[in-house]
Design a binder for this molecule. Structure first.
Ligand code: FES
Ligand code: FES
Length: 158
């Protein structure tokens, strides 16, 4: 199948890759650009393991064709830390142990990141509602909620 050039910004860096028209964004990110932090769980838009930020919105990267990201700003979990310092949301997940096997964690962190950009001080109910599209089969979600709250507190503390 004929490939086409795809140019977009990934974690602050301009990238240019050749993709097939049918290729999903998650595959371009993981296989062409070797950013394997974003996971593939279901590939059918149910689990949220592939959640990334596209132009300031949470997107399940298995629901988007790679070519639809032309010119976009894409942020993955690899792009959150700065200068060797974890992002407060990552710190929150570490502090409150918001994971067990860790498979859902990159997607959870990216979703929590966007949720907190939009609502810096969410209630527990708002966190649960806001993260309802991300599934975890290990934790029971309690510590994921606590982690998101800890991330919010750390962001507020600056
Ligand atoms: S892999 Fe994309 S939602 Fe499950
Ligand atoms: S920590 Fe295992 S799926 Fe969430």
């Amino acid at each position: 199948m004929a490939k086409t050039h795809l140019t977009f910004t990934l974690n602050g860096q301009q990238v240019d890759v050749l993709v097939e028209p049918r290729e999903l964004l998650i595959h371009a990110i993981r296989e062409q650009l070797q950013q394997t932090g974003s996971h593939i769980g279901c590939e059918t838009s149910h689990c949220g393991a592939c959640t990334v930020d596209v132009n300031g919105e949470s997107v399940k990267a298995c629901t988007l064709l790679a070519v639809q990201a032309q010119g976009a700003e894409v942020l993955t979990v690899e792009g959150l830390a700065e200068g060797g310092e974890l992002h407060p949301v990552q710190e929150g997940f570490m502090q409150e142990h918001g994971l067990q096997c860790g498979y859902c964690t990159p997607g959870m962190i990216m979703r929590a990141y966007r949720l907190l950009q939009e609502n810096p001080n969410p209630s527990e109910e708002e966190i649960r509602y806001g993260m309802a599209g991300n599934l975890c089969r290990c934790t029971g979600y309690q510590n994921i909620v606590k982690s998101s709250k800890a991330g919010a507190a750390a962001m507020a503390a600056g």
